[in-house]
Design a protein around this ligand. Structure first.
Ligand SMILES: NC(=O)c1ccc[n+]([C@@H]2O[C@H](COP(=O)([O-])OP(=O)(O)OC[C@H]3O[C@@H](n4cnc5c(N)ncnc54)[C@H](OP(=O)(O)O)[C@@H]3O)[C@@H](O)[C@H]2O)c1
Length: 438
């Protein structure tokens, strides 16, 4: 019986998890594929302990795996873009199938790499690139194919979800929880990709490309980070029946596509609001499927390895049967992929949460009401709380009617310029998610 030979580049969290899974479930995998799957070579960099197995060869020359004739499928699990891109390009050009977990690579270079893979009649799979152990790529590309997708909303970064959940539960500050997350290994030493929304943005454009048949592009993506969040907003949100999440949204509204990563208040009655800690979730609204919600472990060795290995199994089966991969990497036929009009962030309309710190006077309320009315921004809820009775300061929280960001921000600036208002206005979108109520 033929065997499928793997070359693994990178032996970190994901690479280590893949090696464990392949060792633990060896028989299960060969039963599913119809042939043994064997790791023949590992590319590594530092001198950390490596698995001792005399059947495996090791190389510090990572690019050498891309032209090793012994390897059928190359697993790129090193991350980053430069070396990973060179490695994947070279492997494809040597007619090797490739599996990667690298969202930055796919979001930035997917267009080139998929077309190169097509040219060389090989596959490039990337299930682990979004949602870790959640099989969202396959679900969107294959199980939900045939649906008209209208809305994707995802909690797709475990680090920011952990920070926001812990802040809400413990009342501790953003920086304190971030340091704790770094100590626990949930956040990188340089966490900027996560907390600035870059990582979630990479994942969102991959999902949007599959869901809407648009080219992979980061050009018109709007991203907002989480570091401006404060405890007081999490508390007010809770009192009003919301949780604050860092949400990646691709939504069709007024026949344009919104592509945005932003903080959002979501109702505690929605199932997705219960996804806390490092958990991830993706909600997909399609016609006629309705709403589909997938939740699970968005990161970590085991869950991510599960996604990587499921790609390996698909490719291994094709190799055994001598078939080309019938699945298009982004679902759509490359010739039918076309751009859509992306909404300008200023025009994206949702309800808003506004928090205003002001002097406690009847005049301030009527001035704020006047500014909002002039801009046709309705008020659905208004709460005011005395925060400092000595200095006569109050916090005013307003939930607005759906309003375009540009108009809302202009109103907030006007409000901030009132003499009786102290400092900037906090503005957070409210995401009115489709159904799936508890
Ligand atoms: N961690 C997760 O839960 C998760 C989830 C989904 C997707 N991913 C993606 O999976 C990929 C790997 O992530 P990870 O968490 O496993 O990272 P990691 O723990 O930092 O491991 C990366 C591995 O690649 C090696 N490496 C890095 N650059 C290299 C180079 N130039 N040449 C040779 N080896 C190199 C590292 O070697 P050293 O030991 O010398 O640093 C390390 O063994 C990334 O694309 C990430 O975005 C990760």
């Amino acid at each position: 019986m033929k065997e499928i030979r793997l070359g693994i580049c990178g032996t970190g969290t994901v690479g280590g998890g893949v090696l464990d899974l392949l060792t633990t479930n060896t028989h299960l995998l060969s039963d599913q594929v119809g042939a043994p799957i064997r790791v023949v070579k590992i590319g590594y960099r530092s001198n950390k302990p490596l698995p001792s197995n005399e059947e495996i060869s090791f190389s510090k020359d990572i690019l050498s795996l891309a032209d090793d004739p012994e390897i059928d499928i190359l697993l790129e699990l090193i991350g980053g873009v430069d070396i990973a891109l060179a490695l994947v390009r070279k492997a494809i050009m040597n007619r090797k199938h490739v599996v990667t977990a690298n969202k930055a690579l796919i979001a930035n270079h997917g267009v080139e790499l998929f077309s190169l893979a097509e040219k060389y009649s090989v596959s490039l799979r990337f299930e682990a690139a979004v949602g870790g152990g959640i099989p969202i790529i396959k679900v969107l590309r294959e199980s939900l194919s045939g649906n008209q997708i209208s809305y994707i909303a995802g909690i797709i970064n475990g680090t920011t979800n952990y920070i926001l959940s812990e802040m809400a539960v413990s009342g501790r500050s953003f920086s304190e929880i971030l340091s704790e997350a770094q100590e626990l290994g949930f956040a990188e030493t340089d966490p900027s990709f996560d907390i600035d929304g870059v990582d979630a943005g990479h994942k969102l454009v991959i999902l949007a490309s599959i869901a809407f048949g648009i080219p992979l592009s980061l050009d018109e993506l709007y991203t907002e980070g989480v570091s401006q969040i404060s405890i007081i907003d999490l508390k007010f949100a809770n009192e009003l029946g919301y949780k604050i999440k860092h949400l990646a949204v691709a939504r069709i509204a007024d026949s344009r596509l919104e592509l945005r990563v932003n903080l959002a208040l979501i109702s505690t009655s929605h199932l997705i609001s219960g996804v806390d800690g490092v958990g991830n979730a993706v909600l997909v609204q399609g016609y006629p499927s309705g709403e589909t919600l997938l939740c699970g472990d968005g990161a970590g060795a085991g869950p991510t390895a599960s996604s990587v290995v499921s790609d390996v199994i698909d490719l291994a089966r094709n190799l055994i049967l001598g078939q080309l991969d019938q699945v298009k990497p982004l679902g759509f036929m490359p010739t039918t992929v076309k751009s859509r009009e992306i909404s300008s962030p200023d025009l994206v309309a949702t309800p808003w949460y506004l928090r205003i710190e002001a002097e406690d006077s009847s005049q301030v309320m009527s001035s704020i009401a006047g500014i909002l009315a002039e801009r046709k921004i309705g008020k659905q809820t208004v709460v005011s709380k005395v925060v400092d009775s000595n200095q006569k300061k109050i916090q005013i929280v307003i939930i607005t009617s759906p309003s375009a960001a540009g108009n809302l921000c202009a109103a907030a600036e006007e409000i901030a310029s009132l003499d009786s208002v102290c400092g900037a206005i906090t503005k957070i979108r409210i995401e009115d998610l489709p159904s799936r109520k508890e």
